[in-house]
Design a protein around this ligand. Structure first.
Ligand SMILES: [Zn+2]
Length: 74
């Protein structure tokens, strides 16, 4: 039997996913050309929704972005 903490966790997860979905669809409606891409330009892996929301202009996945930044820092 689920206790209150479990129920709160489930509700919180659903809320977050809903917010992410709304934020992504809102930003893709606004400016599709300048809002980054769904797929990483380097490795062509799908960029996680949470990253697209956190970094709306992101064109790389986290791994490739880190490599890109380290490369420039050298
Ligand atoms: Zn990548």
């Amino acid at each position: 039997m689920a206790d209150d903490a479990d129920r709160a966790q489930v509700i919180n997860d659903q809320f977050q996913q809903d917010m992410i979905r709304r934020a992504v669809s809102a930003s893709s409606r606004r400016a599709p050309a300048d809002q980054g891409t769904t797929y990483c330009v380097d490795c062509e892996e799908e960029i996680p929704l949470s990253r697209q929301v956190a970094m709306p202009g992101a064109k790389r996945c986290v791994d490739c972005q880190q490599m890109h930044e380290n490369w420039r820092a050298l």
